[in-house]
Ligand binder design. Structure first.
Ligand code: Q9C
Ligand code: ZN
Length: 667
């Protein structure tokens, strides 16, 4: 199943006709450069091209008032003077004789995308549109937006396809207040937005953009605002909010469809956002959402005003939707202090609504916000005079071309086990290095006559080497002894290769952890067996009451612990080991496998015990990039598990900054 791309040149045919400094950045080139970049990178050709359509009155009225629609309908016939005057009643927006037509196409494009995804014509897709939508309100244009494309799409999807839950992720750097107002009291639409806020000093300067606007009445808890109170937020800040707020809540919500207000003014170089996240972060944000709702994801362009970072970010998003593995995220550290404060505030504001946040730290009794405003003002005073580089002059490296290996998933299978479609059967290589084979014989295969074990192990080694050379993306092997195979790969990767290895063990079987001493290997084990507290930074036993058989607890551990740790460690290979006693169900296992592929450029090697033939197909499917099946609405994790995880996170957050969720106390 493919990826839809919706674009029509017609949407470039309106522009600002007078002088207005607030609106001069919203130019037709935003769309042309984005589309041309998709063509140049061979991405447009890989997508299913879906035509736009005009949204009908009935579509638009799903969100907007009749009076407003009638007023906008008149704009194509207005004189320049009338257009100027009409524009004046709204904030930071302009009208043009052709904008009504384009606004109908923009909303219609979002609806075409929803139809393509919901009817199964494609798995996911992106619509490149102008004008953007998320600021427009029931009866008002605002912030370059005329009709609220994504809000209309959400209502339409609910109405036409009977969807019970829609998630809207707004990663644009501005608050989509129009979307918030539309769904504030509606528990069927979960709206998440992060946005430049600066304690209400940044446009649109609304009190209700702060973290404490959580939704109203039945919709309480279904509006999540993450205010950025400083500029310069980086990849780590974005990932941290995904791991510790959005993803846990999104999995608990269990959407039938994910809509993304895909604004790229949150990328480096943007004159509006002034943030520092690199364009390739959007590959990860996209990837992390692609296992929700069975992969049904519709991204609709919002903002993005730097004509270099915008097309780069669009390409990263579309290439990820197409299923190419994400690049390794560059230099992640922990979130900055201001981001941590926001994280702390949002998590605590929502702890009463979401069981995954029940354990989140409460806010100190004093109002953090008020205190911080004072601090911020103080700092501003001190910083005054610092000449800052304008955003257009910011430079950053162009994201390297993402080359997908010719083989996506190679499988080492015993005789008689069929290789699933789309995978390559990987046999023992005749060209196996005799030195390595000898080493294997000496160190691992005790029984000198066990040539089956020896063949399997040498296949594994050669598979790992082909992954290192990027000839193969991921692998899966059925082995007769997972622990031995694991040790074999660990030793080889740590000694013979320059690899940084993340080993994820699922199940109770004891694993030797001495190889984690050298810092080249991090080992995380999920089990139900209490193990003595290890003091080593690189060996992390996660003990859950019911092991991996409880989806809620396990997912909480994966999202809040394994993923941030994995991102910070930035492995070049992930070794995923499924112990025979793992107790993990298929959908959870597929989610884990899918999520882990955001790391190490998708280089994941899965080891499973020979008997688990039934697990080959679902695992291979996840390795091939198919969306994992939804887990259903999750119940509360066990209190014991929550406590264990919190203790672990606290203990580890000195070494692993991406595990932090609270701001350090300041005087
Ligand atoms: N310095 C979107 O990104 N304020 N809209 C402009 C100029 C309005 C942004 C002030 C920004 C609107 C969709
Ligand atoms: Zn924006």
């Amino acid at each position: 199943m493919g990826t839809a791309l919706i674009y029509d040149e017609e949407m470039t045919r309106y522009k600002l006709l007078w002088v207005d400094p607030a609106c001069k950045i919203e130019v037709p080139e935003r769309l042309t450069v984005s589309h041309e970049a998709l063509i140049k990178n061979g991405l447009a050709d890989r997508c299913v091209s879906v035509p736009v359509r005009e949204a009908t009155d009935a579509d638009i009225l799903l969100v907007h008032s009749e009076e407003y629609l009638e007023a906008v309908k008149k704009t194509p016939y207005m004189t320049l003077e009338d257009l100027k005057e009409f524009t004046l009643q709204y904030g930071d927006v302009y009208f043009h004789p052709n904008i009504y037509h384009c606004a109908k196409l923009a909303a219609g494009a979002a609806l075409q995308l929803v139809d393509s995804v919901m009817t199964g014509k494609v798995r996911n897709g992106m619509a490149l549109v102008r004008p953007p939508g998320h600021h427009s309100m029931s009866s008002a244009a605002n912030g370059f937006c005329v009709f609220n494309n994504v809000a209309i799409a959400a209502q339409y999807a609910k109405q036409k396809y009977g969807l019970k839950r829609v998630l809207i992720v707004d990663w644009d750097v501005h608050h989509g207040q129009g979307v918030q107002y539309c769904f504030e009291d509606d528990p069927s639409v979960l709206y998440f937005s992060w946005h430049r806020y600066e304690h209400q000093k940044f446009w649109p300067q609304l009190r209700e953009s702060d973290y404490d606007s959580v939704g109203k009445e039945k919709g309480a808890g279904f509006n999540i605002n993450v205010p950025w109170n400083k500029v310069g937020m980086k990849n780590s800040d974005y990932l941290s909010v995904f791991c510790h707020v959005l993803l846990p809540v999104a999995y608990e919500f269990c959407p039938d469809l994910v809509l993304v207000c895909a604004g790229f003014d949150s990328a480096i170089g943007d004159p509006e956002g002034e943030m520092c996240a690199s364009p390739d972060i959007f590959a990860h944000l996209t990837h992390l959402l692609m296992n929700l709702a069975g992969g049904k994801l519709c991204a609709v362009l919002e903002g993005g005003y730097n004509l270099t970072s915008l097309p780069q970010s669009v390409c990263q998003t579309v290439q990820t939707l197409l299923g190419d593995p994400a690049p390794r995220p560059a230099n992640l550290d922990g979130p900055c202090e201001s981001a941590l404060e926001s994280l702390h505030c949002v998590r605590s504001a929502h702890r009463q609504y979401w069981s995954c946040l029940k354990h989140a730290a409460k806010l100190p009794t004093f109002e953090i916000s008020t205190k911080r405003v004072k601090l911020a003002e103080e700092e501003e005073r001190l910083e005054k005079g610092d000449e800052e580089k304008s955003q257009e002059e910011q430079v950053w490296p162009e994201p390297p071309k993402r080359v997908t290996p010719p083989i996506r998933a190679a499988l080492v299978l015993p005789n008689g086990v069929a290789c699933p479609d789309g995978c390559e059967s990987f046999g023992a290589s005749e060209d196996a290095d005799p030195v390595i084979v000898n080493k294997l014989r000496e160190n691992f295969v005790k029984d000198a006559d066990d040539c089956h074990a020896l063949t399997t192990l040498s296949s594994l080694i050669s598979l790992v080497e082909k992954m290192e050379k990027n000839e193969i993306c991921s692998g899966l092997a059925l082995v007769c002894d997972v622990s031995m195979a694991m040790m074999c790969v660990v030793q080889h990767a740590a000694t013979a290769l320059s690899k940084r290895l993340l080993v994820v063990c699922v199940g109770d079987t004891a694993v030797p952890s001495d190889d984690t001493e050298n810092g080249k290997t991090v080992l995380v084990q999920f089990s139900s067996k209490e193990s003595e507290e290890q003091k080593c930074k690189y060996y992390i036993p996660v003990c859950l009451k019911k092991g991996c058989s409880d989806a809620s607890g396990f997912l909480q551990a994966v999202l809040g612990l394994l993923l941030p740790l994995g991102y910070e460690y930035d492995p070049s290979l992930v070794l995923l080991v499924r112990m025979p006693d793992s107790g993990v169900c298929d959908s959870v296992w597929q989610q884990l496998t899918g999520l882990l592929q955001g790391l190490a450029q998708g280089h994941t090697l899965v080891l499973m015990q020979e008997g688990e033939k039934e697990r080959v197909a679902p695992t291979a499917s996840a390795l091939l990039g198919d969306a994992a099946p939804s887990l259903g609405q999750l119940h509360s994790p066990l209190p014991e598990d929550v406590e264990v995880l919190e203790r672990l996170r606290h203990r580890l957050q000195g070494d692993w900054k991406l595990l932090q969720t609270t701001a350090p106390e300041t005087g």
